[in-house]
Design a protein around this ligand. Sequence first.
Ligand code: UGA
Length: 432
Amino acid sequence: MAKVGIFGAGWVGVVTGVCFAELGHDVVIRDVVPDKIEALGHGQMPFHEADVPELLERNLERLTFTLDVDDIVGCDFLFVCVDTPPTYSGDADLSRVWTVVDELPELSGHPILVMKSTVPVGTGEKVRAGLDQRGLEHVGYASNPEFLAEGTAIRDFMQPDRIVVGAFAADDADAVASLYDKVDAPIVRSDVNSAEMIKLAANAALMTRISFINEIANVCEATGADVVKVAEGIGLDNRIGSKFLRAGIGYGGSCFPKDSLALKQLASNSGYHFQLLAAVIEVNELQKRRVIGKLVRHLGSLRGKTVALLGVAFKPDTDDMREAPSIVLASRLLAEGATVRAWDPVADISKLPRGVEAAATVLDAVADADAAVIVTEWGELKELASAEVREAMRNPLIVDGRNLLDPADARAAGFTYEGVGRPAAADARVEA
Ligand code: UGA
């Protein structure tokens, strides 16, 4: 079993750390934030992610949390799991990656620095040169991108579709691959540049599918087709596949928006205009705003109207609100003069723009409201089209931004219902 050092006790670092510990490796996680290290050392989680607390508790004796960079001396692998947020220009900010390289202590033997953070293509070559300049030629380098989605991170790590390892030396690739011996998954080996591109391209492909199905949904609305049926019908084609074809109010989160900008910027820095990705991003921005048009169509001016935003996290089963469509939606509604009330079972409503009222329950949110908008498809909202909710609302209008409800059921329960890419009431006669 290996000794694995991890830089960064954020979401990726902690998930990676507890999973390697679960696989039997000894893990040292280093961060610069004392509170985080202190809490983790006591088995307390700094964020919400299913199954991580159990793995943390089960493997505490194989996990060390530290503020001291010297504690990673003696590790066979040094994983970089720091944030790479966007800068004003849209490029990825690599300052935290460089801090790790600059702070590496004296190292003996042949430890391998492994990049898990999402970085622009060419970063590995630059870091390699930086290591050499610091007299760390004996330190290996590999790229081993993560494909973890929030809410399913442990499963994504333990049962991945593939593991990607890019390295400058075959021995280093072998060593990194051996860390995953107990994981049953194909290993894609490549050069470092390609491994970096695989990560960016994978996210770009997923976002392209989402913007594609959202545009199909918009055309469905204009022509009377049902995007849910269309997605089913095209998804069963093996060449297309059924995943990531859920139409909605656009993607958000800590990865897609940032990574799409980073890839677009990377291309344009290299003299190439990535036209398709630019369109994917624009479609997503417009998609978030389409809800406003639907509300206006039913309610007229939104000034003085009360709109309940149900779910504000960027997707269910997380409290993460980074780049959540709810933020754009709330701002637009406030700008239109609406009263905005928001509910979410875990996310922090106060992260929405000032002026949004927080509701403790779904019923509080919809009380006397002129419309209820499903922004995040939380399980709690599946029964939204109830008599209780209909009576509580001033006007029983549901705009379902995630196609969570059955349109016929919602209409039968007395609601005016609008989904995304679903036929209007009069056209919705022919059932499946
Ligand atoms: C995403 C990728 O799925 C991971 O593979 C990747 O490792 C990660 O980014 C990352 O780069 O670190 P995540 O952001 O956690 O993971 O969330 P997803 O489940 O992919 O959802 C992203 C957004 O797309 C959400 O807002 C979701 O509502 C939206 N979405 C997803 C749709 O609108 N339609 C779909 O069919 C699927």
